[in-house]
Design a protein around this ligand. Structure first.
Ligand SMILES: Cc1ncc(C[n+]2csc(CCOP(=O)(O)OP(=O)(O)O)c2C)c(N)n1
Length: 327
C-alpha cells in the first residue's frame, strides 16, 4: 500500500510541475482494495479494472519503472508510452489493464470469466468498477449473462462516493446498497468496508473462493474514499465535497494508517520497520521518476504499431470478414 501511495505522490509532483502530461487519476485512499485482491490471487485468477489503475498494477507486481515511464509517455513504459495513466497492462501477471470507457471493463471481465470456465481452470475473474459505472447499462447486461451462464466472476464495486463531481446520492435512485441491484439478476451480493484490510480480505476471499469452487458470479461493494479529485485536472474537486469530509477520511479511515496500527498492536512489525518500508517506497518511487524522465520518447514508427488497423488489414480474415461471419 505504501508503494502505491508513494508512487502516486511522486507522479503528482511531476504532473504539477508540468513535466508529466495526459490524465492522472489518483487512487490515493483506496490502496487496500487493490492490495487485498492481489494478495488473494491464486495464479490462475484474472483481474481487470477501469482507468484508476495504478494501484492494481503495482499490487499485482508491475515494476514502478515501467509504470512511471508510461506516465511520462516514454517508450520504456508498460504500454510503450502510448497508453498513459489509464492504460497499464500486464497480462503475464493476470492483469488485463485499465480501461477508459466507464464500465467498458465489465464485459471484458466477463470474457475472462468465460475463458476460465471454458478451459476448466481453477480460477476466477475479478472486475473492478466505480459507483458511477454501476449505472451503465452494460453492467446490467453483464450480470444477466454471468447469472445465465454461471460464470466465475466477482464484480468489486469500489464505492468511493463520487463519480467525477457527482455524489452517490445524486447518481443512484436506489438508496443504500448498490450491490443490491444484483438481486434483480439472481446474483449474490454483499457489502463490506474497505478501510480495514482484515475485513476486506475476509469478504473478498470468500467471494473469490465461491466463484472458483461453484462457478458463480457475485457482486461485492466495498466502501472506500479517494483523497484527490476525479483526476488531477479536476478543478472543482474542492467544490463538491467539504474539506472536513476529506480530512475525516484521512485522519480516521486511512487504510494504510489503520493497517500499520493493527500490525503494531499485534506486534507483527515495529515502528522502525514501518519507517524503513516507507523510506524504501519513497526511494523506489524517486528512482522510477528519474528512470521515466531519462527514458527515450517512443520512436515515430512505433506510433503505427499495436493498432487494430495493422492487424485488420494484413490478414485474410481482415480483408473479407470470412472468419467472423461464415465459420
Ligand atoms: C462511457 C463513458 N461515459 C462517460 C465517461 C466520462 N467519465 C470518466 S470517469 C467518469 C465517472 C466514473 O465514476 P466512477 O465509476 O464512480 O469511478 P471512480 O473514478 O470514482 O473510481 C465519467 C462519467 C467515460 N469515460 N466513458
Amino acid at each position: 500500500m505504501l508503494r502505491i501511495r508513494r508512487f502516486e505522490q511522486q507522479a503528482l509532483k511531476y504532473y504539477n510541475q508540468g513535466i508529466m502530461g495526459g490524465f492522472l487519476h489518483l487512487y490515493n485512499g483506496q490502496e487496500s482494495v487493490a492490495v487485498g485482491t492481489a494478495s488473494l490471487m491464486n495464479g490462475h485468477d484474472e483481474i481487470i479494472t477501469a482507468y484508476r489503475d495504478h494501484g492494481h498494477a503495482l499490487a499485482v507486481g508491475m515494476g514502478m519503472n515501467e509504470c512511471m515511464a508510461e506516465l511520462f509517455g516514454k517508450g520504456t513504459g508498460c504500454s510503450k508510452g502510448k497508453g498513459g495513466s489509464m492504460h497499464f497492462f500486464a497480462p503475464d501477471k493476470h492483469y488485463w489493464g485499465g480501461h477508459g470507457i466507464v464500465a467498458g471493463q465489465t464485459p471484458l471481465g466477463l470474457g475472462l470469466a468465460f475463458a476460465i470456465k471454458y478451459k476448466q481452470i481453477n480460477g476466477c475473474a475479478v472486475a473492478f468498477l466505480g459507483d458511477g459505472a454501476v449505472n451503465q447499462g452494460v453492467f446490467s447486461e453483464c450480470l444477466n449473462m454471468a447469472a445465465l451462464w454461471d460464470l466465475p466472476i466477482v464484480y468489486v464495486i469500489e464505492n468511493n462516493g463520487y463519480s467525477m463531481g457527482t455524489s452517490l446520492e445524486r447518481s443512484s435512485a436506489v438508496n443504500g446498497s448498490l450491490a443490491k441491484r444484483a438481486e434483480g439478476f439472481c446474483v449474490e451480493w454483499a457489502t463490506c468496508g474497505g478501510f480495514d484490510l482484515y475485513e476486506l480480505r475476509a469478504n473478498l476471499g470468500a467471494a473469490m473462493e465461491r466463484a472458483r469452487k461453484e462457478s458463480k458470479p457475485m457482486v461485492l461493494e466495498v466502501s472506500t474514499y479517494r483523497y484527490y479529485g476525479h483526476s488531477v485536472a479536476d478543478a472543482n474537486a474542492k467544490k463538491y465535497r467539504a474539506p472536513e469530509e476529506i480530512e475525516l477520511y484521512k485522519t480516521d479511515y486511512d487504510p494504510i494508517t489503520r493497517w500499520q496500527n493493527q500490525l503494531l498492536k499485534e506486534k507483527t512489525v515495529t515502528q522502525a520497520q514501518i519507517e524503513k518500508i516507507d523510506d524504501e517506497a519513497k526511494a523506489e518511487a524517486a528512482a522510477a521518476a528519474e528512470f521515466g524522465i531519462a527514458s527515450p520518447w517512443p520512436s515515430e514508427e512505433s506510433i503505427f504499431e499495436d493498432i487494430y488497423h495493422e492487424v485488420d488489414h494484413k490478414t485474410e480474415a481482415g480483408q473479407t470478414g470470412r472468419f467472423f461471419f461464415s465459420e
